[in-house]
Design a protein around this ligand. Sequence first.
Ligand code: 5AD
Ligand code: FES
Length: 330
Amino acid sequence: MSEFSKEEIIDILSDDSRNEWLFSLADKTRKEYVGDEIHLRGLIEFSNICRCQCKYCGLQSINKSIDRYRISPDDIVLYAKKAVDMGYKTVVLQSGEDEYYSKDIMSDIIKRIKSFDVAVTLSIGERSYEDYEAFKIAGADRYLLRIETTDKELYKQMHPNMSFENRIRCLKDLKVLGYEVGTGCLVGLPNQTIESLADDILFFKEIDADMVGIGPFIAHPETPLKDASNGSFILALKVMALTRILLKNINIPATTAMETLNPNGRIIALQSGANVVMPNVTTTEYRAKYEIYPNKICINEDPSQCRGCIEGKIKSIGRTISKEKGFRKH
Ligand code: 5AD
Ligand code: FES
């Protein structure tokens, strides 16, 4: 039942009459393979400086209207320490593609954070094999790099001066180096087809992704896609649910973008296949500035408010918070 063909995936994505069946099958699969525990990952958005021009992203280098920041290595380590003290078992270091954080600077940050006995996930974009290797040696456990779309033509349209082949190279290098690899896609990009979303799901399976993050596209007013319509929350949820059903034991976050489009988005996602949440652990001075898309949640909350908020929501649906680092269950 869970080995859907591409045609079946396309049928399910195109037809909303079986959504309840789909979401409950994904929830059942989640329970069977990864249980009721939810893994919380403390997210540190440490720099919004980016050399890329991804058409959909508010951090793209041509956006002159955002206030750019870089958190110093010492402060990144402090935020990580605070996250660990609050009970987080993983910290995620995310930034734009900011070359200031060289191989050596990043490696040093990772080493210092690893001394707190915590899992470290990086989400800092495309780098060389040598950089990825150095970060792994420094102690990094996981890496997030969404493929964004497997439609090569659309990939090219969305990512000027980037190459699909290099992105695949990065994902392969990360696997070879022994990282747990996270990837994922945007749902609802202009000109994206249902067929390509089916290909995205099959791609996650083919590369044996350990984590998959899926979120709806949200149009940012300071980007070339400002007049495009937002992606659909339900379609993103369906892509996520199918990913759970096909990949079974992986980690799947209830993404912040889902909650931006639906006030109960993360809880709905946790009941439709997701088992991870990534609350922000930086202070309010940076949150609004990390504006990948508009109307991001938690802009005015501090780390302890987010922790309390999400714990309450998780308990309200009868789930528990894991005390483990939350690696993929094999
Ligand atoms: N809407 C939704 N998600 C976005 N991302 C970037 N820009 C947007 C947007 N406008 C996602 C990308 C990236 C992740 C960090 O944020 O998928 O990989
Ligand atoms: Fe930040 Fe709810 S998780 S306020």
